[in-house]
Design a protein around this ligand. Structure first.
Ligand code: GLN
Length: 484
């Protein structure tokens, strides 16, 4: 069962081939057996999911209409609320924090009869590209346990790649759904900014954050888009336009732009796979054109100024009084703030709060924060002009394959791993990472497609056509040998 896509599992449930209880039990068993290897989950909601499955089986038996996700086990990144469950954001600060309400995305999954099976690990407060910044545990890449699964949604990507669940939610501020998907051979989708509600997602960089699914097929990512991409009254930035019904269309006649100079910054193995992918797109009838988008090289510095500025403001609420932990040794009010924050946050989070506070300070605000905002506008304009000449842009998802735990010490080198994913966040564009090959040491490689705002239908169509034309979707779980 585990190698099936969410669509197939859903069909088996609807046709009566499998009950929701059987499906839930099968994945719970697999998690119990294999998650000791990947450490994807921070909690498994065994009692809750079995209860949900039982109710769903009863609902089906009673003949009531069933939702689009009926029978599909779904994991949720631990910075997204599930009412009554912990939302720790893999931080010591929120170790004992219980979510008082469902995030909108959680509510939508429940309403669509999805089975919520557990919560997945992340870099603390979603800051990182490796999941090694988790205060709880490292997560290992199922393709090579010495390597990271990407980040910050590494728990979700490892869980889906190891087939511990067919779908997991991540959040993407600068690439945290797409980069882990590319490191684990899965599909990772970030919608147009404002399409998925941020209500109940713990804020990192509010003008960038979007929830997105990690799946084993493009069709499953499109399914999640149909379920989650709807207006929400609790998010002021929610797009007030009815959700999409995705209809896959042919690629014939579509123009795909390649920002050559930018693409060439990737490692040779990545470029190899990328060139082969271009050929596949050509065979499918797309026209590949070179485009110039020189602003792309400013993505990393722009993002790390703006996202840290927003993070420093968002994380000010963790003060030892309103949320999460309070230092036991604090006596004065000042000590409550300073000691709680110094004991509760890990070093990457502290570094970003410092950087964000610095770029917002009165002496440097014009030089850094305001300038970065202007560069962000150049990204928006640059893409707008680009999309006047082509339908989609394609790049690698990451400049390298998954790296080994602890092998990157320089934070700047780590930040540079986000070079390809950040532009879509800066311009608020939908983007998807899909499997496009393996390196010689058998680590997955992904490519990324970017579409204009609300261009999700074209994005999924191209990704689906590529998936159909290649064999990556048929590759079974990397653990299958151990399991059989
Ligand atoms: N890796 C990026 C960062 O560290 C992206 C994080 C994210 O998308 N949440 O900020």
């Amino acid at each position: 069962m585990h190698n099936k896509t969410a669509h197939e599992i859903h069909d088996d449930f609807i046709s009566g081939k499998l009950s929701a209880t059987e499906i839930a039990n099968s994945f719970l068993k697999r998690i119990e057996k294999l998650d000791t290897l990947t450490q994807s989950f921070v909690s498994v909601l065994k009692t809750e999911v079995l209860e949900q499955a039982k109710k769903l089986d009863e609902k089906k038996a009673s003949g009531k209409p069933l939702g689009k996700l009926a029978g599909v086990p779904i994991a949720i990144k631990d910075n997204i609320h599930i009412a009554g469950q912990k939302t720790a954001c893999s931080s010591k600060f929120l170790e004992n924090y219980t979510a008082p309400f469902d995030a909108t995305v959680t509510r939508l999954i429940k309403e669509a009869d999805g089975l919520i099976i557990g919560k997945t690990n992340l870099d603390e407060f979603a800051m990182g590209s490796s999941t090694d910044n988790s205060a709880i545990q490292p997560t290992h890449n199922p393709w090579n346990l010495k390597c990271v699964p990407g980040g910050s949604s590494g728990g979700s990507s490892a869980a889906v790649a190891a087939r511990l669940c067919p779908i997991a939610l991540g959040s993407d501020t600068g690439g945290s759904v797409r980069q882990p998907a590319s490191f684990t051979g899965t599909v990772g989708f970030k919608p147009t900014y404002g399409r998925n509600s941020r209500y109940g997602l713990v804020a990192f960089g509010s003008s960038f954050d979007q929830v997105g699914p990690i799946t084993n097929s493009v069709q499953d990512a499109a399914l999640m888009h149909e379920v989650l991409g709807v207006p929400c009254a609790y998010d002021a930035t929610s797009i007030q336009k009815a959700g999409d019904t995705i209809q896959f269309q042919e690629l014939k006649g579509k123009k795909i732009g390649v920002p050559r100079t930018f693409v060439n910054m990737a490692k040779p193995a990545i470029l190899d796979a990328f060139e082969k992918s271009l050929q596949t797109f050509k065979n499918l009838g797309a026209e590949i054109i070179d485009i110039e988008l020189p602003v792309l090289r400013f993505g990393v510095p722009t993002y790390y100024i703006l996202s840290t500025a927003e993070a420093s403001t968002n994380l000010a609420r963790f003060d030892g009084i309103r949320y999460g932990m309070r230092s036991q040794s604090a006596v004065t009010l000042d000590e409550i703030y300073t000691k709680s924050r110094s004991e509760g946050f890990g070093s990457e989070v502290k570094q970003r709060i410092l950087l964000g506070t610095y770029v917002l300070s009165s002496g440097f605000c014009d030089a850094y924060y305001k300038k970065a905002q202007k560069v962000r506008t150049c990204f928006i304009q640059g893409f707008r002009e680009t999309f006047a000449n082509c339908d989609l842009v394609v790049t690698p998802t990451s400049p390298s394959v998954a790296f080994e735990h602890g092998s990157i010490h320089d934070p700047l080198e780590m930040y540079l791993h986000d070079i390809y994913t950040i532009p879509a966040n800066l311009a608020g564009l939908p983007a998807i990472s899909i499997p496009a090959g393996f390196s010689t040491d058998k680590l997955p490689i992904g490519i990324q497609l970017i579409a204009p705002q609300l261009g999700e239908n074209d994005l999924f169509s191209a990704a689906y056509a590529f998936e159909q034309a290649t064999d990556y979707i048929k590759i079974p779980s990397p653990f299958d040998k151990e399991v059989s």
